[in-house]
Design a protein around this ligand. Structure first.
Ligand code: S3P
Length: 169
């Protein structure tokens, strides 16, 4: 059974939706940030501060390779996962990729982005980061979700899309 892989910017709701999907479908879930933090024994912010972004990205690639070998799992990725082609290839070989296309401006204005080192540079920086990533999110997605009226509505939209793709019963 294929994995369900959620991509999108920091704060787009990937982890929340992954939890809800896991409950709705009765499937296990994993969050790549949590996976890395458990292995490293420290938080994302601590990893960035001590080792820098390249080290974090290496760990993220390892997480993608490991989780890509699972079956039937819901995987919430870190917002920068799409930056590494190899990581996305590893996740896509046994996964349906779902892009949570929540407007970056809405995220920045409405969500707490605490604990995210790459979201501390202000709004212009956040929006510029999204513009660089946007083609990667779109290019790797099997399904794009645009309903963010509530987490339940987003999950309903995901389930509907999966059904159309023939990926759930
Ligand atoms: C990052 C997103 C974060 C985390 C790290 C880097 C990014 O995950 O992986 O802070 O580059 O967008 P979330 O998308 O879960 O916040």
């Amino acid at each position: 059974m294929k994995n369900i892989i959620l991509t999108g910017m920091m704060g787009s709701g990937k982890s929340t939706c992954a939890h809800l999907l896991s409950q709705r479908l009765g499937r296990p879930m994993e969050d790549t940030d949590d996976f890395i933090c458990r292995l490293e024994g420290r938080s994302v912010a601590e990893i960035f501060a001590a080792e820098g972004e390249p080290h974090f990205r290496q760990k993220e690639l390892e997480a993608a390779r490991t989780l890509g070998m699972c079956s039937g799992c819901i995987v919430a990725t870190g917002g920068g996962m799409v930056l590494q082609r190899e990581a996305m290839d590893a996740l896509k070989q046994n996964g349906v990729v779902i892009f949570l296309d929540r407007p970056a401006e809405q995220i920045f204005d409405g969500e707490s982005l605490e604990g995210r080192p790459l979201a501390q540079g202000g709004k212009a920086d956040f929006l510029a980061r999204f513009r660089v990533r946007e083609p990667l999110y779109r290019g790797t997605a099997d399904l794009t979700i645009t309903d963010f009226s509530s987490p339940e509505a987003t999950v309903a939209s995901i389930l509907d899309g999966l059904h159309r793709l023939g990926e759930t019963s």
